[in-house]
Design a protein around this ligand. Structure first.
Ligand SMILES: [Cu+2]
Length: 193
């Protein structure tokens, strides 16, 4: 329920975006990565601009894949106070106020790690910086699908991570010029877990 900055934040409904399941059971925002790919595409292929926007009191995107030592631009066009509170283990945690007049804030993270970011003003606001050292990372779409391209032939460990459901990994073999297909599911968690 929106109880803070109602005029801005209540323009849209806010849902718990930690676990978003599509109508066919596909899970959005699952982080997929490949271990130990030698050669292949460079980390530059992840792009040159890494932006976290605070839009109507929600983070866009919920998961931002960003290379180590790359500048993250954090935007605030909401016209109200937000704050950027990161929860890193390897990276120094920061807690930066972003008042309404401060429309841009820069942040750089040095160590590969999944860093949660939250806003202390609006308790429902939560996102993740996935700080990475190589380009073989992606995130599932709203149907729970993903694709990773430019993978040199070989056998790899593929990691699957979801913030509430945890992590698992599978082996995948990539053959030159062919598409490898992969399906996986998370087990249903019991209430006592
Ligand atoms: Cu906020």
């Amino acid at each position: 329920m929106v109880i803070k900055d109602v005029k801005v934040c209540a323009k849209i409904d806010h849902y718990d975006d930690r676990l978003v399941v599509g109508k066919d059971g596909g899970i959005k925002n699952v982080v997929i990565s490949l271990d130990s790919v030698s050669g292949g595409k460079s980390i530059d292929s992840l792009g040159t601009e890494f932006v976290l926007d605070q839009k109507i009191c929600a983070y866009k995107p919920h998961i931002l894949i960003v290379p180590v030592n790359q500048q993250i631009m954090i935007l605030n066009n909401d016209g109200i106070l937000h704050n950027i509170h990161t929860y890193g283990k390897l990276n120094r945690s920061v807690n930066l106020a972003q008042p309404r007049f401060k429309k841009k804030l820069k942040l750089t993270l040095e160590k590969p790690e999944k860093v949660q970011v939250r806003c202390d003003v609006h308790g429902w606001m939560s996102a993740w910086f996935i700080v990475v050292e190589h380009a073989y990372y992606t995130v599932t779409d709203s149907a729970g699908r993903f694709s990773l391209n430019g993978v040199p032939p070989g056998t790899y460990r593929l990691n699957i991570w979801q913030e509430l459901l945890g992590e698992k990994s599978v082996q995948v073999t990539v053959t030159a010029g062919e598409e490898s297909e992969l399906h996986f599911a998370f087990e249903e968690k019991k209430e006592s877990d």
